[in-house]
Ligand binder design. Structure first.
Ligand code: EPU
Length: 416
């Protein structure tokens, strides 16, 4: 297993290209199951989670070819099961449930367990499918779905769940009749999936809003599609540039999806300019503690909470960070404290009192975004920071050490 070693204190400078979005690529890969044939997907990020997902689709009979784009051949469907071994390593595997129900009228998908950031049940995915006439049985840790009577339904989600909205929207594309999903997640990745489904021939109204209306069609056909850019990767590089007081331009950045993040960074004193699909961080601002509350889109994303906290660790004054999406997403706090951060947690609030400096130390990554926050803090800390368990980072950040090295960071990956 590798670790990342960072010598902190170097202002980042230069340009970094933002990759395709993990959380759009995963549901879009799942959605290829809905249209038998050969799909061409562009801008698929090179990530461990994508490799795990293609392994899962491979088990179902899907064939892949990798070149300047990813060719996905879904002509064959040999089975309809997502086994525990794969779901336990990546809960997004549950995204095959909706497409399998729609195409094969049956599915057997392992129930994901809890994970480092919260319990993360899938009850709302299952309740929505039941409303659509799917018979759900829980047996030996698996969800067994019999969808011979799949039909449209009116579904009111209690929580605007992202993958839940995606599963139900995918199932609805081939269901008999019309499905209305109210309180749907409005995350741009849901809209990107809807864009892909529309390209396949699905009939969806209300894309990007909290009410999605899907008119079922009898079949979908493959179409080429380019995955949107990753707003969380972009936000992570903004934080890395700001904490090192560097000058960095992000290209291929999804500026329009980063409004809440850009607003918070600006409020905290980070000097940013944007144009079309570029964002530049300029040095010279004074970082100030500002409060932030995570919310469903278009609010401040929970997937940027840990990285923003790292920034607040060296800001002037105090910041209260409130996590409202996941019940256990402060695992990075104790590791940031090892770098000298002053943070106290009470329930879902973290009070961060900015320090002039952080000090390098060995730290351990606990989940994907927590790991990113430790790298960001390490880039600013005096001395050497070693980040262990970096397989979390490989799941969601394309060529992280290469991209940061190109920006001048003293960072390397080495065996433990
Ligand atoms: N929830 C339920 N029941 C459900 C579904 C969700 O109670 O049936 C709760 C969850 O426990 C959580 C809240 O609803 O408290 C929101 O969870 P959501 O379902 O929206 O999260 P998700 O779909 O499992 C996706 C992303 C996450 C991101 C969240 C929130 C993917 C593959 N994953 O997860 O990404 O944090 O939405 O925006 O899209 C990451 O990339 O690091 C990551 C964790």
């Amino acid at each position: 297993m590798d670790k990342i070693v960072i010598e902190g204190g170097v202002p980042l400078t230069g340009e970094v290209v933002i990759s395709g979005a993990k959380n759009a690529a995963l549901p879009i890969l799942a959605a290829t199951l809905l249209a038998p044939g050969e799909h061409r997907l562009f801008n698929v990020p090179p990530l461990a989670d994508i490799r795990t997902f293609t392994r899962l689709l491979g088990k179902l009979g899907v064939r892949f070819q990798n070149g300047d784009h990813l060719t996905v051949d879904t002509s064959r469907l040999d089975c309809y099961e997502a086994p525990y071994e794969l779901v336990k390593t990546m809960r997004a595997a549950v995204l095959v449930l909706g497409p399998l129900v729609a195409r094969a009228h049956r599915a057997r998908v392992s129930l994901p367990g809890g994970c480092a950031i919260g319990a993360r049940p899938i009850n709302l995915h299952l309740k929505g499918l039941e409303a659509m006439g799917v018979k759900i049985t829980l047996k030996e840790g698996y969800v067994e779905a019999d969808a011979r009577g799949l039909h449209g339904a009116e579904i009111m989600l209690e929580i605007p769940t992202v993958t839940g909205t995606e599963n139900l929207m995918m199932a609805a594309t081939l269901a008999q009749g019309t499905t209305v999903i109210k309180n749907a997640a409005m995350e741009p990745e849901v809209a990107d999936l809807a864009g892909f489904l529309t390209a396949l021939g699905a009939k969806i109204e209300g894309i990007g809003t909290e009410v999605l209306t899907i008119h079922g069609v009898s079949q979908l056909t493959p179409a080429p599609y380019s995955i949107m850019a990753d707003r969380i990767e972009a936000g992570t590089y903004l934080a890395a540039a700001a904490i090192t007081k560097g000058q960095v331009t992000l290209t291929n950045a999804p500026v329009e999806h980063l409004t809440a993040v850009i607003d918070k960074f600006t409020e905290a004193g980070v000097r940013l300019t944007t144009d079309a699909n570029r964002i530049t961080v300029h040095p010279g601002g004074t970082l100030t503690g500002v409060d932030v509350r995570t919310l469903p889109y278009p609010g401040f994303p929970t997937d940027m909470q840990a990285q923003f906290m790292a920034l607040m660790c060296v800001a002037r004054g105090a910041a209260v960070i409130t996590e409202t999406i996941f019940e256990n997403r402060f695992m990075h706090v104790s590791e940031l404290k090892r770098l000298g951060a002053d943070i106290s947690v009470s329930g879902n609030h973290a009070v961060v009192r900015g320090r002039r400096h952080l000090q390098g130390a060995p730290v351990m990554a606990t989940d994907l975004r927590a790991s990113a926050s430790l790298v960001i803090a390490g880039l600013a800390a005096q001395g050497t920071t070693e980040v262990h368990r970096i397989y979390h980072l490989d799941r969601g950040y394309a060529r992280l050490t290469e991209k940061l090295s190109t920006l001048g960071a003293r960072i390397r990956r080495m065996p433990v």
